[in-house]
Ligand binder design. Sequence first.
Ligand code: DON
Length: 572
Amino acid sequence: MKRLRSIMPWCLFALLMTSLAAGAPPAQPEHAAVFARHAVAADHAEASKAGAAILAAGGNAADAAAATMLALGVVNPASSGLGGGGFALYYCAKDGSLTFLDFRERAPRAATGTMFEAEGERPEGPASSPSQLGGLAAGVPGEPAGIEALVTRFGRLSLREVIAPALRLAEEGFAVSGALAAMGSAFEVQLRKDPVMSKWDLQPGATLRRPSLARVLRAFAENGAAVIYGGLIGQEMVAAVQEHGGVMTLQDLYSYRVRTRVPLETTAFGYRWVTAPPPSAGGFTMIQSLSILEQAAGPTPSFGAPLLHAMAESWKGPFRDRQRYFGDPDQVILPLDKMMAPARITKRAELAGDGTAHPSADYDFPIEWTRTQVVAPDNAGTSHLCVVDAEGNVASVTTTVNLPFGARFTGGGIVMNDEMDDFASGIGRANAFGLVGGARNLPGPWKRPVSTMSPTIVLEDGKPALCVGASGGSRIVTATQQVAMNVLVHGMDAGDAVAAPRVHHQGVPEALRVETVAPLDAALQDALRARGHLIESIHNVANVQAIQIERFPERRLHAVSDPRKGGRPAGH
Ligand code: DON
């Protein structure tokens, strides 16, 4: 492990957290813990415990990740669940392989490029437009197939064993967390209209049971994901989507397939960084930013205004590339090599390293490349968790229903996602995260929308050193990268690295965002303003879960759940 390279202004973070304005989370020293054998870091204590129980019962990291995802879907239906989808990056210790499972939702076959055109321009943030609320908002869920793929391909236990902790929580009930209560009260009016969600008491600390989801989990344990991609539960889901104005059919469910993809990777700052490929644009943003930073800030940068400035600048180009070139890799050809061409990175690094903030258009450097849509379909709210098991297998999983409570209706007892909002509603239009979409990311039959989710594993000398990822829309990748750099480049303690203030820039708008929940040091903000940045405040820059894997002098797993969301890690 690298040694501490710079003095940390964040060592006073606990103190700072106690003096935050009303509404900020209180200091939660339990957000970080050290384990010797195995560990799970999820954004809810019960979900971490469910994964840890599976590890203690002989399951491996894949089994435990699946159990944690299932438990999250029970205890925080605002953020993820069987009606959503996600990505998993899995490191197998036996052969050193890294596999990426894409169980992202995809559009129904009847989707068209103009289906959300009438929405027009709308402000950042959840709205009640058709791509976010109701039947058209819901993509075909990938989560059940993703969980099954993780367990059957890499796990050691049966689906029944892996589902057991979630089923127990759904049947016996659990205490409503502060995070769930806050989202419940924000969306109360819409939840009241759903026959399942209207029955929920979402006061903090109230006991919530989920009998209709327990029925689904029992059927899943008995007969696998096929019960959701067909059968009674599938029929109920399709009926609910259609009642809410959607176009999803049973054929869309039957035809859903998990994709195995080759992860993206780069080497930077002495580590091998392995992360999400398209349809995520997050992994691309991170590896391009790291390559730019190595040139703009040098191989051993220390924390401070010059690095924060260079980092903000390094994100502007990749976010522009996302807008122009990204779409479902099964349906559009992505010129990744051209986008990552060393000469192009050097041009961006020269700008990022010259000390002034540039308009994001300066970073454009369009690539010469004319091919457009050529591959035809072949008929065919968010949470991040990390697991490390005793054998050294690692699972880095990000799972989502997109906005809180997804499309805000249930089908077959399952909360349906609103992932269709991750498509562009029109060329040049922004989604709920202010991400401007291009032609390649218009909705289309069985197309997967572009994502920012960036489950990541960073390796040192061929062995995993860090599992990391986040929830938080466009902020996922910038937060993931900053936490990873805090640990690996600046040598920070993992708990402090997650709690430390973060910044965010996504090119559009031309503003560098700082957190109100963890404000960046005022002198640093002034130094960034002096370089030409317009500073804006947002509540928080994503929620990060991480496990740092120390191998010397002894094995230590530093498991951290972001205090911004109130989770707790678990392990042994
Ligand atoms: O795939 C994506 O990038 C978004 N659907 C993620 C949404 C998200 O992180 C919302 N949550 N906190």
